[in-house]
Design a binder for this molecule. Sequence first.
Ligand code: ADP
Ligand code: MG
Length: 340
Amino acid sequence: MTEEPLKQPALRVEGVRKSYGQVVAVDGVDLVVAEGEFFTLLGPSGSGKTTLLRLIAGFERPDAGRIELGGRDITSLPPYLRDTNTVFQDYALFPHMSVADNIAYGLRVKGVPKQARVKRVQRALEMVRLTGLGNRRPNQLSGGQRQRVALARAVVNEPEVLLLDEPLGALDLKLRQEMQIELKQIQKEVGITFVYVTHDQEEALTMSDRMAVLANGRIEQVGTPVEVYERPTTEFVAGFIGISNVLLRDGVRFVVRPEKIRMLAEGEQPEPGMVVESGQVEEVIYVGMSSRYLVRLDRGEQLVAVRQNMDAVGDSRRFEGRPVRLAWTPDHTYVLDTGR
Ligand code: ADP
Ligand code: MG
């Protein structure tokens, strides 16, 4: 587990619990998010991400626990008295209003005078790279542009914490990847704390300063993307983020990531200190840049190894059925928690 960030926390969640009838959606969550952090809640569908976000926003009340924003207890405050804003996947823009009016809406409700409003909307449009499109209607924009409007509308209120629930979920892969980079840049520029929900591991790894991995309403692990990927502490985390190769040796379970495994060529000597296991290639899956080799070890377990397709290898399936030796450095393996 990571130590608590040094800066004054923007958000603190303590022992928060929420059930719907028999279903425990959030099961005792503790979290500390630092000022200006891009913090991601990552987990499979049904793991409690949205519920946790709605508890922070105030759309739901916890059965137990406490939520603080900037050091202030907000557990029993209604949403409009919390210094948060939420961006949803479906944008929720007003179709009959112009882009500029959509963005200005929250400011108008708050009674911000017109001149100040216009200025702030202008700045928000610049920030999300939509300058000049203020007069359009939402239906005259692309999906990516609509999501930018939703973001501008949330950011223009300068919330202490911005909550985002799978905001890129409706976009196709290419646009989503572009928006991931842009969203991260925008977050850095405005310096607002982001709590970002996604079920997409790659998205979480790409964008986050730190992330929490959720399963069944509980936090499995908190850490930087590198910490969580390179040193998963539970089998669930190892399997959910990336391909998990879990091995059992002398009663200890440990993980070795596919890209750390070297497939030795015939007669090739491993480097000193490497662990070597022999087996047979069961299947080769071509994935463009690389191929995945499913190898059945002589000792029984199946491991996945990855090899970059650097040469024109032709059909790498010709390797199927061949004997192979796998080697890795023990430093690149990580022991899993055994206490679960
Ligand atoms: P996620 O966003 O990670 O997919 P959710 O927070 O939406 O997960 O849901 C967590 C669990 O709580 C699920 O089992 C879901 O069915 C249940 N749940 C969420 N909201 C409600 C609700 N309003 N009523 C009943 N059950 C709910
Ligand atoms: Mg959800």
